[in-house]
Ligand binder design. Structure first.
Ligand code: PSU
Ligand code: MN
Length: 305
């Protein structure tokens, strides 16, 4: 039945059949999160880093209504040019399929498709979350409900402070989603190593993470885990300057009446413009750092689960 919708790249398929380590990667970060051509270069380097660390990369996206698990270089290039590529979260999937459209997958939809393919580890930059002033707007990313329901672990550099990080963590707690720090006690805030919020558990090694995932899923505790992996120190941004940029971006979004699925991409591109591209370099480096951890984790998990 899945074959009707899913195209798994032969290399990924073989690795899955042989129970080898595979890492899922999202495409919203490519089509809507970074400018061309840095996005393509980054996506290719991420795949390379995953390989160098012993796993097979599977970049996920939707082309002509087909759910693609593992993209060719041409497909990656197409996603990166970002023309006619919708941002596709859970609610969009049925219609992007039925209309034969192209979609870049968010954390939520990448988790769904990874799970359908049998991939357990997913690497990205940052997760969506509860937006600031969600008390009024109800803007809470579908990523969080997906983490509550779908058995895929997400390696990220935390959440940007365009979000209300405190409320995001509360929401995850309510839904039973563990939030752990990789060699940190503090949940990272994407551009910075610190956010002022603690994680539930400090985790020291990939093996320990793999064991926790196995226990969670053996016991049918459905859902994912958020693994916060702080940006390397040398690429970290200055806390005050990035937060000023974020405040300015939020004010502009509010004044322009930006809403719904446009909010996150709007804020990301504004921050990039305000920081004069400095944030882009940090963004790229933290994804590389996550790719390394995700691949090592997938290798450990493939040995025990
Ligand atoms: N946060 C980032 N970079 C991103 C995103 C979030 O720092 O590229 C993307 C991810 O694909 C995430 C999505 O799943 O935005 C969340 O969008 P929304 O808030 O509309 O659910
Ligand atoms: Mn939203």
């Amino acid at each position: 039945m899945l074959k009707q919708y899913l195209d798994i790249h032969p290399e990924v398929k073989k690795a899955l059949e042989e129970k080898k380590a595979v890492v899922a990667l999202e495409s919203t970060i490519i089509s809507h999160g970074m400018p061309y051509p840095q996005n393509i270069q980054t996506a290719k380097n991420v795949e390379k880093i995953v390989r160098e660390n012993g796993a097979v990369p599977a970049t996920i996206g939707i082309l002509n209504g087909r759910l693609k698990v593992g993209l060719t270089d041409e497909e990656l290039e197409y996603m990166g040019k970002g023309k006619n590529i919708l941002k596709a979260s859970r609610r969009d999937l049925p219609f992007i399929i039925s209309k034969g459209l192209n979609g870049a997958t968010t954390v939520a939809s990448t988790m769904i498709i990874a799970n359908l393919a049998g991939i357990k580890i997913f690497v990205t930059g940052g997760i969506g979350g509860v937006h600031r002033e969600a008390q009024e707007t109800f803007d809470i990313s579908a990523d969080l409900m997906e983490l509550a329901n779908t058995n895929v672990a997400v390696v990220c550099a935390g959440a940007k402070s365009i979000l209300d990080i405190g409320l995001t963590l509360e929401y995850l707690e309510t839904h039973g989603v563990p939030v752990v720090g990789f060699q940190t006690k503090e949940f990272p805030a994407f551009f910075t190593r610190k956010s002022g919020f603690s994680v539930d558990y400090y985790i020291d090694s990939e093996l320990e993470l793999a064991r926790a995932l196995k226990a969670k899923w053996d016991l049918n505790l459905k859902g994912g885990i958020v693994i916060g992996n702080p940006i390397p120190k040398e690429y970290e941004m200055d806390f005050d300057s990035i937060n000023n940029a974020i405040e300015d971006a939020l004010t502009e979004a509010k004044n322009k009446g930006i809403k719904g699925k446009e909010t996150t991409p709007f804020l990301l591109s504004k921050i990039k413009a305000i920081t004069g591209g400095k944030s882009l370099e940090s963004n790229i480096q933290l994804v590389y750092n996550n790719a390394k951890l995700g691949a090592k984790l997938a290798v450990e998990l493939s040995k025990i689960y």
